[in-house]
Write a protein that binds this ligand. Structure first.
Ligand SMILES: C[S@@+](CC[C@H](N)C(=O)[O-])C[C@H]1O[C@@H](n2cnc3c(N)ncnc32)[C@H](O)[C@@H]1O
Length: 234
């Protein structure tokens, strides 16, 4: 296929071509990217799925084969593919891009795949059904708004885990998102909705293709953070 070997420079131009567009356009962008998304993401050293799945596994005590997983912003199904290697078996996926959902369907791992624009449409998931709710690579100001975190919480079973990861975009909007997300996580804990299990930094989330920092060796990678919360039992 013609786009199958984009260089890092091609990818800088490509991913930045979607900056500033509205959500509907963004989902069209992902539709157009879906077929080569994983290959291109490897070129950008995007390691968030691997690191977040490992983070969950290291801090989780259930039996993976019995766990119902809701994979929010599932994209091409990468998270489920990695979780299957660790024994997880039951997945439902949600994404706003039909092209990405088509790729996820090809994995054959998801019992259901649902199209929804998060933040606009309600999260299409029953309340209190999932042992694990994952969201990787989508908690950022121009993707999934912070308000959706309460919907992730609702979808979890009492005692279920909500596992989230986020990158540190080097921009004012990126920073504002981080502050408002962490405020919401804390507020939900103060409200007794969930308890904090663990937070861990990722120093190599992916190569920073968003800022102009190709020459600054120490700024080559974006960092990020992984969060694990446990829904209260009552
Ligand atoms: C960087 S990809 C991450 C996909 C997958 N979780 C992974 O880590 O490979 C971001 C995904 O989020 C989806 N997305 C972003 N904003 C969304 C929104 N508001 N509603 C639904 N999906 C959204 C995109 O369609 C895309 O599939």
């Amino acid at each position: 296929m013609s786009d199958s070997s984009r260089s890092l420079d091609d990818l800088r131009t490509f991913v930045n071509s979607s900056a500033g567009v509205d959500l509907q356009q963004k989902m069209k962008f992902y539709n157009s990217w879906a077929e080569t998304y994983e290959q291109d993401s490897n070129t950008m050293s995007y390691r968030a799925p691997h690191q977040t799945v490992e983070f969950l596994f290291d801090n989780f005590s259930g039996r993976p084969e019995q766990v119902q997983v809701l994979d929010v912003a599932c994209g091409s199904g990468w998270v489920a593919k990695l979780m299957v290697e660790l024994g997880f078996k039951h997945f439902v996926g949600v994404d706003g891009s039909q092209g990405m959902l088509d790729q996820a369907a090809k994995t054959g791992l998801y019992k259901e795949l649902k199209l929804a624009f998060l933040g606009t449409d309600p999260l299409p998931a029953p309340t209190g059904m999932f042992d694990v709710v994952m969201i990787v690579g989508a908690l950022r100001y121009d993707f999934v708004p912070v308000s959706v975190i309460r919907e992730l919480y609702l979808a979890a079973k009492p005692g279920g885990h909500i596992c989230m990861s986020r990158n540190d975009l080097k921009s004012e909007s990126g920073n504002k998102y981080k502050v408002s997300m962490e405020k919401e996580l804390q507020l939900m804990e103060e409200e007794g909705l969930w308890s904090h299990v663990i937070t861990k930094e990722m120093d190599k989330y992916m190569i920073d293709v968003y800022s102009n920092c190709e020459d600054a060796q120490n700024e080559k990678y974006l960092s990020g953070t992984m969060y694990l919360y446990r829904k209260s039992l009552n």
